[in-house]
Design a protein around this ligand. Sequence first.
Ligand SMILES: [Zn+2]
Length: 353
Amino acid sequence: MEATGYPQLDALLPRLAAIPTLDAQALHVERIAVLGRKQGALTFALRALPTFAAEERKRFGAEANRVKESFEAAFAAREYELAAQTAGAVRPAIDLSMPARGRWIGAIHPVTRVVDEIVGIFRELGFAVAVGPEAETEWLNFGALNFPPDHPALDMHDTLYLTEAGQSDEGRVLLRTHTSPVQIRVMQAGPPPYRVVIPGMVYRNDPWDASHAPAFAQIEGLAVDEGIGLVDLKATLTHFARRFFEPATKVRFRPSYFPFTEPSGELDVECQICHGSGCPACKQTGWMELLGCGMVHPKVLQNCGVDAERYTGWAFGLGPGRTAQQRYGVPDIRLLYGGDMRFLRRIAGQDPA
Ligand SMILES: [Zn+2]
């Protein structure tokens, strides 16, 4: 600020100019030294006021006020500046000696990888993917699939029911015990031909032990058209097994029983570890169970409004968890469904995609 013309006031101006150089402590002291009501330098200068004539007193008062405002503004500005510097100083410093946190590298879960591969092989053969809800009715999960009403799978001990009593004539609501109700949904949605693979999670009232999980993945397939026979089933599933494992893999079909297929069978593949000579993994048989299959029972077709005189078909189902166990040599299914990152990382590294 320029000089006021009053020596009492102008004597203070060098102190005003020095304020931006003061540190916090000096600023506090200087504020009291200049603006303090009793001992302040400005208060001291104002003592000259009564010595002026009335007109002059007014002018002096106005100039003194200007000086006071300039000091107040300068103190406030410096205070703000110092506070900003302090805030900057307490910002957390970067500790360069701290070890870096490893990045998480994502990988496809081994069961999902098996499902994707199976879906891929059937896509090549012209199959589409179908999915359905995990909560189903008794009718879709059992009845339409030709389960007799006294079949043990309907028991509370085998199935997780969500409702006590049926809300409709389709019976109680339950967590699906297999992906097969989606076959029913596909067939009910329109006329044949159908060629679908159906991946999904299924639920059973099973313990959580080395070979059981209450929730696990399943994948199944359905082909229905005019003139489809057992030879189509055998040829397609043999092709699938050889695409999934090795081109020369030996396969065998064994008779079996499922309520929804007739005839029913199981497909075994040559043990991929010992190639047939017998080892602990295949319990010395030389074979591994791969899937269950069969010709769709005519009653299942009829339940879905499909003309069983005109159309025939085959279906298969397998647990990709067990297939992943076989492929990656996993002894305990809990490792696959338990989500332990140490195990999953090892599998991901062991077989890079
Ligand atoms: Zn073996």
